[in-house]
Design a protein around this ligand. Structure first.
Ligand code: FE
Ligand code: CA
Length: 553
């Protein structure tokens, strides 16, 4: 499905200027404003770069903005990153021959990378390819930049410029990094609210944003049901064009565009990027795997087309696509970003009417505790455990989707109820993971999760009486409705490892860390139905390096 990428480098002879140093991206909001101004006032046609095959976009592209989906950066390395855009003058075109309103082959456009938000100190410019096979998306792998600093970038066609975005290179893994700030987000159902959480996180100008799944929702609410805004095609996507247009609709959102323009992203998917509650090749609606895998391949391709993924790292084969990976920032922090969907064993006791999440006990469903079942798959588990053994980072973050803490009722043992969708549905796999964290002695392990639509702070343990092995934070949802508060809250007395729970708020989480401590702020927006919602800090938690568990709750 995904071919070789087209790594395009700067034209020969373009010397890179020395770094000005400094890490601040604080002019980012100003940069965004400039980007919008640039859109309103298209650049005058400029001569093409010498030797460049600068194809003019279609006539429709001249009439319309070719960059309505904005820009993004991702996958930071010490000498570069990936820059993304997608040419789509008619972003919701349903013509299968003209995704985004564009026909024909690849389009070559220009890019500029500068050391300043005004794009005055350009250190790199060149040509980038918008690939027709991938809906004219660009995944530009930039190399040879200075480590650990911000850069600003934009794309240009003959008569239009994209918004300006801010990307950052990572500090080298041997480089001392004093502090790092990042945000994590999950579960942004367009129909259930406005993306104010994204806007407020963008305003914090973090060094990095983790998107922990459910970036889109494939679902549609029935017409008679009230929603905040609608998935405009009103259809559950099954095909490439359906998934593409769902991503395009999300990317038209100004708050999501602002967040991508403000900071580099690491993105993993959960279920709704394909289908609610699917597991590997197993559809929750019991489609036969051969048929479901075609749908999954379309969904994975649309994900690739809309995310700042590195073509040379994101390996696709048939209906499979590898997205898990590890990203290091100086000596301070390592992120292992996991794929909890593609390789997972079928949910325990998968049989009509239960194709997805449901509640079982081990007594009813002995398959639940079968040690051969995995949430990550054998290869990814081995890769993760090897990463623990090798890591030299001060903090080791596992970015993944579903709730890892064990949530039990008052009963115990074979009678204990387990929700089959989350790690509770894969207890042997969770035991293996926690065993490896403990046995490897990996420094300061932290698990960040999505999917659950609630804020959680949890001590991860093998048994309720056992020692804390890691801390889990869940950053609620950007908009998606939370689980009923009262029904979860009444279980909490039996779950002392849950240090905090709140499902009535939408928002995001912000983290600031240095060698000594990690502070996680749960940020709640005032109202997901209000496009101008405010934000406030609901709770903050401190984890001290070398000490398990949160010290302040
Ligand atoms: Fe969700
Ligand atoms: Ca989910």
């Amino acid at each position: 499905m995904i071919d070789q990428g087209f790594p395009l480098h700067a034209a020969p002879g373009e010397a890179m200027r020395p770094s000005l140093g400094g890490r601040s991206c604080l002019s980012r909001r100003r940069a965004l404003g400039l980007g919008l101004a640039a859109l309103a006032q298209p650049l005058l046609a400029r001569p093409s770069l010498a030797g460049g095959q600068l194809a003019a976009p279609q006539s429709s592209a001249r009439a319309n903005d070719p960059f309505p989906l904005g820009v993004a950066s991702g996958d930071p390395l010490p000498d570069g990153f990936v820059l993304w855009t997608r040419l789509a003058p008619e972003p919701l075109s349903r013509d299968p021959q003209a995704p985004g309103g564009l026909r024909g082959g690849d389009i070559v456009l220009r890019f500029e990378i500068a050391e300043d938000p005004l794009m005055q100190k350009v250190v790199r410019h060149g040509l980038a390819r918008a690939e027709a096979a991938f809906a004219h998306s660009v995944h530009l792998e930039v190399e040879g930049l200075a480590a650990g600093r911000p850069y600003w970038y934009r794309f240009m066609t003959n008569d239009a410029a994209s918004p300006i975005g801010c990307a950052r290179t990572a500090p080298g893994s041997e480089q001392r990094l004093d502090n790092f700030r990042f945000g994590f987000v999950s579960c942004a159902n367009y129909e259930q609210g406005y993306f104010s959480a994204y806007r407020h996180l963008a305003a914090e100008a973090p060094d990095l944003v983790l998107f922990l799944g459910d970036y889109i929702y494939e679902t549609v609410q029935p017409k008679e049901k009230a929603v905040v805004r609608r998935h405009s095609d009103g259809e559950i996507p099954m095909t490439l064009i359906g998934y593409r247009n769902r991503y395009a609709q999300y990317r038209l959102d100004p708050d999501l565009q602002a967040l991508h323009a403000a900071a580099p992203a690491l993105t993993i998917w959960d279920d709704h990027e394909v289908q609610n509650d699917y597991a590997g090749e197993w559809a929750s609606n019991f489609e036969p795997p051969a048929k479901f895998l075609l749908q999954r391949a379309a969904a994975y391709q649309a994900f690739y087309e809309h995310m700042p993924l590195r073509p040379s790292r994101c390996f696709a084969q048939g209906s499979a696509m590898r997205i898990y990976g590890r990203y290091n920032f100086g000596d301070l922090v390592s992120f292992s970003m996991l794929d909890g969907r593609q390789y997972r064993s079928r949910e325990a006791c998968y049989a009509p009417p239960y194709g997805g999440g449901h509640v079982v006990t081990a007594k009813q469903c002995p398959e639940l505790v079968d040690p051969s079942r995995s949430l990550l798959g054998e290869a990814q588990e081995a890769w993760l455990y090897d990463g623990f053994a090798q890591s030299k980072a001060r903090w080791n973050i596992i970015g993944q989707t579903v709730l890892m803490a064990s949530l039990h009722e008052d009963d115990a043992g074979a009678e204990a109820h387990a929700w089959t969708e989350a790690w509770d549905g894969y207890p042997a796999a969770r035991t293996r993971l926690l065993d490896h964290i403990q046995a490897s002695g990996v420094a300061n392990p932290i698990v960040l999760s999505g999917d659950n639509h609630a804020f959680w702070t949890n001590d991860l343990k093998q048994t309720p009486e056992g020692a804390t092995i890691a801390t889990e934070f869940v950053g609620t949802s950007v908009t998606s409705y939370g689980p009923p508060y009262e029904s979860v809250a009444k279980k909490l007395p039996a779950n002392p490892e849950v240090r905090f729970f709140e499902s009535r708020k939408r928002g995001y989480a912000s983290v600031e860390m240095n060698a000594e401590r990690m502070v996680t702020r749960f940020q709640a927006i005032s109202d997901a139905a209000d496009p101008n919602a405010g934000v406030s800090t609901l709770a903050s938690f401190v984890v001290e390096a070398g000490r398990k568990g949160v010290v302040a709750a």
